[in-house]
Design a binder for this molecule. Structure first.
Ligand SMILES: Nc1nc2c(c(=O)[nH]1)N[C@H]1C(S)=C(S)[C@@H](COP(=O)(O)OP(=O)(O)OC[C@H]3O[C@@H](n4cnc5c(=O)[nH]c(N)nc54)[C@H](O)[C@@H]3O)O[C@H]1N2
Ligand SMILES: Nc1nc2c(c(=O)[nH]1)N[C@H]1C(S)=C(S)[C@@H](COP(=O)(O)OP(=O)(O)OC[C@H]3O[C@@H](n4cnc5c(=O)[nH]c(N)nc54)[C@H](O)[C@@H]3O)O[C@H]1N2
Ligand code: SF4
Ligand SMILES: [Mo]
Length: 702
């Protein structure tokens, strides 16, 4: 029996698993003992990765839509040439930026890079990732506050903190290993605190739960900062030595009185004072936020307001501390720094000539051929298609027909495309319904590359199963199109993922994410490696768990962290008489993954999951509307759309809220086209709606 250690490619924990293979079948999956992230544990998604053995169908080939609407299978070379010719023809006819790409946080590091090279450098056009729907807020917040998108924590901090504050984060469902590590916390008297309007699964297990009103986190954080300053609970030596703009922040906070905090958040004065006191009394306080923060209309400032609290109280760079963000997808961190979308490879600047020359020299092209500016954001790409400026789209490893906000705008967009390529491991996804070309690629279990997890750890994806005839990976597919485009020499250093990894190592040199000391072969079977890990400092940096900012030095020009703050905005989606309810959305259960194409890999979850969209409604509200468990309601959203859901009645959601799991396409039919102004991340958790009970006779219309 052969054992291959590889990385789980669902969530951003990046657990390692040992796959035992016999006769080209996986016979057992065991979470890798001793791996610093998951040490012998994992969730059911990781344990079910053996189900990736069958995806589209054995030996699938590309499909091209014919004039009569049917598909024709072609060879890979024909498929590459067709897409390359169409991309060039569209550019010639409608202009350079008339083609675009939508990528993901779930490919490998090397696949992001080569896609960014082909689309952004060679074709000089736009590619954005579904990381825009997820981590853009955290990335922008980090860049402003720290000077670089460099989350500082290591997962061990969860075990070393005495006060763990989870904000808009539900790790019991979304990051089970995070929750496992919190449960492993041995600090006597440690406290787990949840800030979430909903009594989430995590809130139910916590010591304290603060059910604030939706989208009032920014005012809550400023009120807490006000109380901390008023009581002189500030760590002055940290603030004086390592931060900038404290005095302005202090003046700004004068208006954020406890009274205002109570009025806005709906929490009581006692609750807010209790929370402030817990933060003050903690010796190692850590703040952790996820999508309840990132997916809002003032999300970047909210994320920064959390980091501000960590700075004020000196909870940065020490074990068990930090203002930290949990990342969502397995490789969002690679997408953020190495996809050539919002920055040049390695977090470098498009506008900096020295950076351009450096990167061009490594990848062997003229600096003029590198992308010249950050990509258009996701929403601008979809708007560009709807408005007829963009005619060709290549979507890989994401399912926007389902996951994009106000998703009917995606449905209308793709009807206008002349070329719509979908590259996925399943041809049954909603996004593939209208595509003109489908590229079937192999899943993670049959390819190799590198992932970077939420604590900056590079981790190896190693091929577990052999490939069948015709089976190719995303990397090879993108390389094939690149060659068919005529890139020639511009691809000569990119032949394999390993070649690409070596290029990216060099691209990272001297940057905060420097991983020049990490080698492909050394990663195999290893404990992974957190960046930075520059060549020459291996001995000094050999520890398995490392955090940033221990020396109080940040990546800003002054080396100081920035207090960044702004007056809260008026809610662009306020509840009204017509739409009196908040539409909250998020993860459903541990085994369900996003748009559910991969939930079927988790067989026992697929078997028991509801096949129809459902929502959670507060018991009192349900009673007032004569709605009972398993009744159906039609929900009307302020975006003009409506959809039918089965009702689950519960006290875990607030009166005035409907909670809709994201795993059904109906969910994003109802979410608004509203974005944070800095990160352009959708306000997914802040829609508004009303509902009416669907009478039995009307159910045929569901
Ligand atoms: N099983 C499973 N696990 C996953 C995923 C999956 O699809 N399935 N997806 C992965 C990905 S890509 C991501 S990004 C993560 C997401 O992980 P999480 O962000 O933890 O999950 P969500 O359910 O999106 O949202 C978290 C919470 O935000 C709360 N919330 C809503 N509005 C507000 C608000 O105004 N303020 C506050 N404080 N909270 C609010 C919601 O009630 C919800 O409980 O999960 C990852 N893990
Ligand atoms: N209302 C609401 N909407 C949300 C959210 C929310 O909280 N609320 N969360 C948002 C967030 S955080 C995220 S991350 C997005 C996720 O949204 P999506 O990225 O659209 O969701 P997935 O189902 O993960 O889509 C990944 C696709 O890649 C395919 N795939 C898997 N492995 C491979 C591979 O190796 N190669 C290729 N080419 N394809 C592969 C899968 O079959 C699947 O179709 O949803 C966002 N949408
Ligand atoms: S989904 Fe996340 S927690 Fe579950 S096994 Fe995979 S990496 Fe680990
Ligand atoms: Mo995400």
């Amino acid at each position: 029996m052969k054992k291959v250690q590889s990385t789980c490619n669902f969530c951003a924990i990046d657990c390692n698993l040992d796959f035992y293979v016999e006769n080209d079948r996986i016979v057992k999956v065991i979470p890798t003992p001793g791996y610093p992230v998951n040490d012998g544990f994992s969730c059911i998604k990781g344990l079910s990765l053996n189900k990736q053995q069958t995806t589209v169908k054995p030996n699938a080939l590309p499909k091209i839509r014919q004039e009569d609407g049917t598909f024709k299978e072609v060879s890979w070379d024909e498929g590459f040439q067709y897409v390359a010719d169409q991309l060039l023809a569209l550019q010639a006819k409608y202009g350079t930026e008339s083609v675009a790409g939508i990528s993901t946080g779930q490919l490998t590091l090397e696949e992001f890079a080569i896609y960014g090279h082909v689309m952004r450098n060679y074709l000089q056009t736009n590619v954005d990732g579904n990381t825009r729907l997820c981590m853009a807020t955290a990335a922008v917040a980090h860049k402003g506050t720290y000077g670089f998108d460099a989350p500082g924590f290591t997962l061990e901090d969860l075990e070393l903190s005495d006060t763990i504050i989870l904000i808009g984060s539900n790790p019991v469902v979304a990051h089970p290993i995070v929750w496992g590590r919190i449960r492993n916390n041995k600090v006597p008297g440690h406290k787990v605190i949840v800030i979430d309007p909903r009594q989430s699964e995590t809130a139910r297990c916590a010591d304290y739960h603060y059910p604030l009103r939706w989208r009032t986190d920014l005012t809550l954080m400023y009120t807490l900062a006000h109380i901390i300053i008023e009581n002189d609970w500030v760590d002055h030596s940290f603030v004086d030595e390592h931060t900038e703009h404290y005095e302005e922040f202090k003046t700004f906070l004068e208006d954020f009185t406890l009274e205002r905090g109570v009025k806005v958040t709906g929490l009581s004065a006692d609750q807010i004072m209790e929370l402030a006191t817990l933060i003050h009394e903690g010796k190692r306080v850590s703040f952790w936020w996820t999508m309840g923060v990132n997916q809002g209309y003032e999300a970047v400032r909210t994320a920064q307001s959390i980091m501000n609290l960590a700075f004020l109280t000196g909870n940065v760079g020490k074990p068990g501390t930090g203002g930290n963000s949990f990342t969502g997808q397995c490789n969002a961190m690679s997408s953020r720094l190495f996809s050539n979308t919002t920055c040049l490879f390695g977090g470098r600047e498009f506008g900096n000539q020295a950076d351009r020359d450096y990167i061009a020299n490594i990848i062997g092209i003229d600096a003029d051929l590198l992308a010249k500016k950050p990509t258009l954001p996701y929403n601008a790409i979809i708007e560009g298609i709807n408005e007829g400026r963009i005619k060709g789209l290549w979507v890989l490893c994401t399912n926007p027909r389902h996951s994009w906000t106000n998703n009917e705008t995606f449905a209308s967009a793709v009807k206008k495309l002349e070329l719509f390529v979908v590259q996925d491991i399943y041809d049954t996804i909603e996004s593939a319904e209208e595509c003109t070309v489908f590229f079937p690629v192999v899943p993670g279990i049959k390819k190799e590359g590198t992932y970077i997890n939420m604590e900056r750890r590079l981790s190896p994806l190693r091929q577990v199963l052999p490939r069948g005839e015709n089976e190719i990976s995303d990397y090879e597919c993108i390389l094939g199109v690149g060659k068919a485009l005529g890139m020639g020499e511009a691809l000569s250093r990119w032949e394999t993922p390993r070649d690409c990894f070596n290029l990216l190592r060099e691209c990272s040199r001297g940057m905060p994410c420097d991983f020049t000391g990490v080698y492909w072969d050394d990663l195999t079977g290893s404990h992974g490696r957190q960046w930075p890990y520059p060549e020459g400092r291996e001995e000094e940096l050999k520890a398995d768990q490392r955090r940033l900012y221990e020396d109080g030095q940040f990546f800003t020009p002054s080396k100081k962290a920035q207090f960044i703050f702004e007056e809260p905005l008026d809610n662009p989606c306020p509840v009204t008489e017509e739409f009196p309810l908040v539409l909250n959305t998020g993860r459903g259960t541990v085994g369900q993954w996003h748009t559910q194409s991969r939930t079927k890999e988790v067989k026992f979850v697929e078997d028991v999951s509801l096949k129809k969209a459902y929502l959670y409604m507060n018991t009192k509200m349900a009673a007032e509307h004569d709605v009972h468990e398993n009744d159906f309601v039609r929900v009307y959203s302020s975006n003009g759309q409506d959809a039918v859901f089965m009702v689950k009645v519960t006290d875990y959601v607030q009166y005035g809220e409907l909670y809709v799991p994201i795993h059904y396409i109906e969910c994003n039919k109802l979410t608004p086209s509203v974005y944070d102004k800095y990160s352009r991340e959708p306000n997914y958790k802040g829609g508004t709606c009303r509902f009416e009970k669907v009478k039995e006779g009307e159910l045929t219309h569901v």
